[in-house]
Design a protein around this ligand. Structure first.
Ligand SMILES: C[S@@+](CC[C@H](N)C(=O)[O-])C[C@H]1O[C@@H](n2cnc3c(N)ncnc32)[C@H](O)[C@@H]1O
Ligand SMILES: [Zn+2]
Length: 388
């Protein structure tokens, strides 16, 4: 499927709604470095190029999250079980927030595409469960460790010195350019292979899943002062290994667009999304430094319209009713009672007032009585009323 946006686009807005508007199977590689649920607020230092950029990293269960949890209970039971494994409401809220977005990422990836989720050990085990539920365990390729040795020490435990990047392939085949990311041998000469032949040290050796590289130094030229900015060298490795020239790459939490800069240098196509308007400004500055007057990139803040669906059928169209009746095996999604098709009504799981769409993924069948009790509210409300 072709992308319904152009190369070199930066979007300002919530990536959930923007990705929902993107065509299915239109991206080759996704890199995301989302907030971690670190209970911290990040702000860029005054005076840095990124001054004014800030984002919160604390989560509380809101109405909207509760509706997402409902959506997953109805449509993705395996994912829902992972949410139930969360230890606190804050974690549950964070995981629901991530789960709905990862579902969109799965949809926009090409069958040959792959995804790298960058996180830290506070949430990586939960995020891996989410990804297993969405992609399947067999699609897990690596837990790539970025070991950033350097200052900072801990007296009561081991110093925390690594991030985790979870790498999943979308389908049975994927791009991996192992020769483009070889690393130097520890010993440069003298060692022979088991069969007695000489090693070719020039070429370097195939890389493993632990990569040592210092974090961004305060004096680094690439440093924008953006909180949580990642080094270009990390993105260069990921993009070189898992995409080819001309491929489309998306970073849905792009910050100061490290992934986009790396993609540009490596002659890939790219699109970045960030909720902070400051990010778009920084990308423009960085790209202009990179490309000078040749930079023609687009800045958008609208929600794209998918061009791969034809027309979405009316939410209560006969086609939707038949599909949903089959999926639910004729049972009301509220009380669970079996009904003839004509006694079931099509309901929006997330109401339209809260951004729910007419797409079949957001629809379910309820009996008339459940539908009236629920109204525009969530399934939680219906369940309490039904005392389920
Ligand atoms: C950890 S930072 C990414 C840093 C980036 N990798 C870099 O090198 O600059 C996470 C980013 O996600 C953005 N963000 C948070 N929630 C978002 C959402 N719902 N949609 C889009 N961006 C979001 C924040 O504004 C922040 O810039
Ligand atoms: Zn019912």
């Amino acid at each position: 499927m072709t992308a319904n946006w152009t190369h070199q686009t930066i979007w300002t807005g919530d990536n959930l709604y923007i990705m929902r508007g993107m065509n299915a199977a239109s991206v080759d590689l996704i890199y995301l470095d989302p907030p971690f649920n670190s209970k911290a607020n990040y702000a860029a230092p005054i005076g840095s190029k990124a001054a004014g950029a800030a984002f919160k990293d604390t989560w509380t269960l809101s109405d909207v999250d509760a509706e997402w949890v409902n959506l997953m209970e109805a449509k993705h039971p395996a994912l829902h079980r992972v949410l139930l494994a969360a230890m606190t409401n804050s974690d549950k809220s964070y995981l629901a927030y991530m789960a709905v977005r990862l579902l969109e990422m799965r949809r926009i990836l090409k069958p040959t595409g792959s995804i790298y989720l960058h996180c830290d050990p506070t949430m990586s085990h939960y995020l891996k469960l989410l990804m297993d539920a969405i992609w399947g365990r067999q699609q897990f390729c690596n837990e790539f460790i970025w070991y950033y040795s350097g200052g900072g020490a801990a007296k009561k435990r081991w110093a925390r010195k690594h991030d985790v990047v979870l790498f999943y392939a979308n389908g049975a085949t994927w791009t991996f350019n192992a020769d483009d990311v070889r690393v130097p041998h520890k010993w440069q000469s003298g060692q022979l292979r088991a069969d007695g032949s000489e090693r070719n040290y020039e070429q370097g050796k195939l890389a493993d899943d632990v990569w040592q590289h210092h974090s961004l130094m305060p004096w680094a030229r690439e440093r924008m002062g953006y909180p949580t900015q990642k080094p270009l060298a990390l993105l260069d490795r990921i993009i070189s290994a898992s995409s080819n020239e001309g491929d489309m790459i998306i970073d849905p939490f792009c910050g100061c667009a490290t992934a986009c800069i790396s993609a540009e240098r490596l002659q890939r196509q790219w699109v970045g999304i960030d909720i902070s308007p400051k990010a778009a400004e920084l990308v423009r500055t960085r790209m202009q430094d990179e490309l000078g007057l040749f930079y023609q990139g687009a800045h958008r803040d609208d929600i794209p319209r998918r061009t791969d669906l034809g027309k979405i059928p009316r939410y209560n169209s006969p086609a939707n009713r038949t599909t949903l009746y089959g999926q639910q095996e004729g049972n009301c999604a509220g009380c669970g009672v079996h009904f003839e098709a004509r006694h079931l009504e099509v309901d929006h799981i997330i109401s339209r007032g809260k951004g729910g769409t007419d797409h079949i993924g957001n629809l379910q069948l309820l009996c008339g009585s459940c539908n009236r009790i629920k109204g525009d509210r969530g399934m939680e409300y219906l369940r309490v009323k039904l005392q389920l």
